[in-house]
Design a protein. Sequence first.
Length: 301
Amino acid sequence: MLIVSEEVREAFAAGRPVVALESTIIAHGLPRPQNEQVARELEEAVRDEGAVPATIAVLDGRPHVGLDAKELERVANEDGIRKLGHRDLPLAIATRASGATTVSATALLAARAGIRVFATGGLGGVHRQWTVTQDESADLGLLARIKITVVCAGVKSILDVPATLQRLETLGVSVAGYRSTHFPGFYLSDSGLPVDWTLHTPAEVADVMRAQDVLGTSDTALIVAQPVPESEQLDPELHARVLADALRACDEQQVTGQAVTPFLLDHLVRHTGGASLAANLAAVRGNVRLAARIAAAWAGV
Ligand code: PSU
Ligand code: MN
């Protein structure tokens, strides 16, 4: 059922490190035409660090783990490419649909393929106004039952960050800051909230993964939250101002469901003169490189 690319199959066979990459950020999180170039650049960054990238997406009903250039191009540019959470996978497969995978769908397919390390920008989580909308990303529930290490810059700052951290605690998902005592804020280096654990090296992260295996109790994710460097973060004042506008616009235009996250991210890009995009990219780039180093430590190379 899974189509694993030749490059990824060879890496498995040789015991080389592999890093899963999501595709929603390409199809729905970044503007065209930059998205395709970024997708390639992220894959190159993984290779640069000595690991093999496995970008994940569903094409014509077939889940792909690792995309060739043409497939990556389709994900970036094809009109009508859907956004697939894990619940959408059986529907997309049966109806032969094509779609980009979110964190939840990517983590599920990566784990099925035997990949343990995954890099992204920011996780989904509990939205502000949750009491009214009950909007909580399916990312959280899925990470509570899949053993995968997710390198991210925290959760998207458009969310209710304290509530999301609470949910992760309730769900039993392990969370650590990477060289940080604070949970990062996606576009911002610091969400203002502390983390209970700090890890300092890829080897240390791999030790935690081995401890998960030894413990063998439940399959839950390990979130490694790495802040975007302060020099590359979005100006916090600009962030606060534009985000307030974005949330208001979302409310006024009655945007709901899957459309909320892409709407807010796009609003931020357009109203910060691209500065939010630069911060987003800086965060993802750093995460992809760190994930490759963690995958290498995990593979013991
Ligand atoms: N991080 C980014 N850009 C994105 C996303 C994450 O930098 O577009 C995507 C991820 O795929 C995440 C999804 O899983 O947004 C969450 O969407 P929702 O809130 O609808 O669950
Ligand atoms: Mn949602």
